[in-house]
Design a protein around this ligand. Sequence first.
Ligand SMILES: Cc1cc2nc3c(=O)[nH]c(=O)nc-3n(C[C@H](O)[C@H](O)[C@H](O)COP(=O)(O)OP(=O)(O)OC[C@H]3O[C@@H](n4cnc5c(N)ncnc54)[C@H](O)[C@@H]3O)c2cc1C
Length: 209
Amino acid sequence: MHHVILGAGPAGVTAAETLRQMRPNDEITLISGEGEAPYSRMAIPYLLHGQIDEGGTHLRQTPGHFDTLGINIREARAGGIDTRAKALFVSGSEDIAYDRLLLATGASPIIPPLEGATLPGVHPCWTLEDARKIVERAEPGAPVVLVGAGFIGSIILEALVGRGADLTVVELAPRMVARMMDETAGGMLARWCETKGVRVLTGAKVERI
Ligand SMILES: Cc1cc2nc3c(=O)[nH]c(=O)nc-3n(C[C@H](O)[C@H](O)[C@H](O)COP(=O)(O)OP(=O)(O)OC[C@H]3O[C@@H](n4cnc5c(N)ncnc54)[C@H](O)[C@@H]3O)c2cc1C
């Protein structure tokens, strides 16, 4: 039995390891679509802050971890699936045949349809590659505007404060982390930002860049 797992984030890696425990003799292929060792997006803020290096974002740190478990890692981006033929179409390589396929492809950030959202210097903060671009630009004193102060936005905000960026945060909702925090907690967070010199614009919509 050949198990193919598409996506080498935390879900894909955990699935591959769990399958290996349950199916010691099956073939397992984990497809990594970003050309990176399997890593955790959750560690990106610590990388931005400079508390860890890129290796610190890797989900498994022991050299040869996946080889030892007999999990094949393939670098490829899947573009389609034929469920009848049980084949996965990947870029720049022949099709990958499977018996069981698990989609662990995660999510992607919502980029608002704003004029200027694709200009140079405008980045989401989702992948290691995004983080590299942000590290290049967000130097101490560099003006940075962070659009969105939800949970993940606020974690990124703290990392940018740690880098010494000159930060302004723009949030559409009337307070920060509005879906998780009430007015008291959201207000505490906004006051913390102000003590760090961060300008907080809530109830504000970015119209163009
Ligand atoms: C900056 C940041 C901070 C975060 N902090 C936290 C936190 O503190 N706590 C928390 O709970 N969550 C946090 N999250 C969210 C958390 O990282 C995600 O919920 C988690 O990564 C989901 O894991 P996953 O394996 O399902 O998907 P992902 O980690 O997104 O992995 C999916 C993988 O599939 C790959 N893929 C997608 N399509 C294809 C394709 N066609 N072919 C090949 N590969 C493909 C993707 O490139 C990716 O590598 C944070 C996210 C970010 C961006």
